[in-house]
Ligand binder design. Structure first.
Ligand code: BES
Ligand code: ZN
Ligand code: ZN
Length: 492
């Protein structure tokens, strides 16, 4: 799909010209202008639906205009209309045009009034909405030629130079999100630890950053016993991926959980709970997608991305409930449940990253607990951490990109619940029923392995969704890529 940005020209040739209209507001100038050519057809259509949110009305121009069809896109009320509303509106309209078989779509949406925002930011939001909205995971469909696609999008701008900059940025971010979605959507027989390592190597080669891949032997030498314990039931080799993008300034470390399939291990998942567990590398995919975005945007950031990755299966050598292992920082862990494997990976990867790469701050992203889905649904990720300033920066970035986070507490009592009778800590909790505040106790467990400024984002509910919405598609969401890139753009 190609973007083109042109100066205000409503009469250029296109399959669909999309014009946004607010509810209860006068038609925008461009619509009024077109209305003259079309003998009042626009006013008539507007009166039929009044610009209600998410509604799209299509007018055929019958050769009276260079656009074959005009799409009146309802934007809803102007009050409270934000960049995210614009992102969503762009996605809705372009998806509709695609479904109507339009190949070339033009829009004036970067000119819509969004309080406090200039055309560059609006153009970025529009491009993000379009790229994310048009996403479709069809890699495995054999009759792909039948799938409808948009080939060209023309942005009709007031200030094409600035709009172009916004479009370029939005395009990179949208594509990086889609890259992450692909990684999550690809099944576990494709996406193995080796596959993720290859992705990292490819990105490193393309963008000139250093990539180090460690296998079993190196991990043994380093004392990454928790990753080695989780991988024991699998025939795929585990990997520890490190990507270093060096620059001046404070170093940020991003650590992503990379379980390429989570069967639960010997505490095997039952019923429908295992089916989607290819998603359990959503944190790793977000770290890869962020590296890609940051590089393509030409951002100068001191960044290290770390991905511990393996499968959690049930082979004859699989770790067993009751096993005791020693993490990278020397603390001992009793494995109460082999399905709480994500925190085991992080128990090695977090102290390893602090120790070897000495970041100023570390953020981990992990599809860590089913409990976060119970608490917040698919609408927000759980945010935890030990540094208010870092958490505030994450909240601010999340507000901008609308990848929501909701902070949850790290009370001392939760730490008491993850103490073990036989080792330092246990990967499940001794709460009365065994599952209370499951996301908070997981975070409390992680805290034992933290040695610096740290935030933990539990993305079990946000990395993967089950319904299509404006710019999300069933399956991987790419959650975290825009959020982290935004955070890093303000990271000083
Ligand atoms: N990968 C799962 C968490 C998960 C659940 C992610 C649903 C996405 C959707 C994780 O490894 C897990 O199984 N956690 C257990 C922990 C429990 C055994 C303490 C859980 O949440 O049930
Ligand atoms: Zn698990
Ligand atoms: Zn898991």
């Amino acid at each position: 799909m190609k973007f083109e940005v042109i100066k205000q020209d409503l009469n250029s040739k296109t399959d669909a010209l999309i014009i946004g209209v607010f509810e209860g507001k006068a038609l925008p100038t461009e619509a009024k202008q077109l209305d003259k050519t079309l003998n009042g057809a626009i006013t008539k259509t507007y009166n039929e639906f009044k610009g209600e949110k998410k509604q799209v009305k299509v007018l055929t121009t019958m050769g009276k205009h260079n656009a074959s069809k005009i799409y009146l896109l309802g934007l809803g009320k102007q009050d409270g209309f934000t960049l995210d509303s614009l992102r969503k509106a762009a996605a809705v309209a372009v998806k509709k045009a695609r479904d109507d078989n339009c190949k070339h779509v033009s829009l004036t949406l970067t000119q819509v009034t969004v309080k406090g925002e200039k055309e560059m930011a609006k153009a970025q939001a529009v491009a993000e909405g379009i790229i994310m909205g048009l996403y479709d995971f069809n890699t495995f469909k054999t009759e792909r030629e039948k799938i409808k696609t948009v080939n060209k999008v023309t942005i009709i701008a007031e200030d094409p130079r600035r709009a172009e900059t916004g479009v370029l940025k939005g395009n990179i971010l949208g594509e990086s999100v889609n890259y992450t979605r692909d990684l999550v959507n690809l099944p576990a027989n494709e996406v193995t630890p080796k596959y993720l390592a290859k992705q990292a190597e490819q990105l490193g080669k393309e963008h000139g950053f250093k990539v180090t891949i460690m296998g079993k032997d190196e991990m043994k030498k380093l004392g990454l016993n928790c990753i080695l314990a989780v991988t024991k039931g699998s025939n795929e080799e585990p990997k520890l991926i490190v990507m270093e993008k060096k620059a001046k300034g404070k170093k940020m470390a991003l650590v992503g959980k990379g379980i390429t399939f989570d069967s639960g291990g010997l505490n095997i998942k039952t019923g429908k709970w295992m089916y989607d567990m290819k998603l359990d590398m959503g944190g790793a995919a977000a770290v890869l997608g962020t590296m890609k975005a940051v590089c393509e945007l030409g951002m100068k950031v001191n960044l290290v991305g770390v991905i511990p990755t393996c499968e959690n299966l049930t082979g004859g050598s699989a770790q067993k409930p009751g096993d005791i292992i020693k993490a990278y920082n020397g603390k001992t862990i009793e494995v109460g449940n082999t399905d709480a494997e994500g925190r085991l990976l992080l128990a090695d990867a977090i102290p390893f990253t602090f120790d070897k790469y000495k970041p100023d701050s570390l953020i981990d992203l992990a599809t860590l607990t089913g409990a976060i889905v119970m608490a917040l649904g698919y609408q927000a990720a759980g945010l935890f951490g030990n540094d208010t300033n870092l958490k505030n920066k994450i909240k601010k970035a999340a507000e901008t990109t609308q990848e929501r986070v909701w902070e949850l507490p790290m009370y001392e009592e939760y730490s008491d619940w993850v103490k073990s009778d036989f080792a330092d800590v246990k990967n499940i909790q001794k709460a009365p029923q065994g599952y209370e505040a499951g996301s908070c106790t997981a975070a409390a467990f992680l805290e034992s392995f933290v040695d610096g400024k740290w935030a933990h984002i539990d993305i079990a509910g946000t990395a993967f969704v089950y319904e299509n919405s404006e710019y999300l598609h069933k399956g991987g969401t790419g959650y975290g890529v825009r959020l982290l890139t935004q955070l890093l753009s303000e990271w000083k």
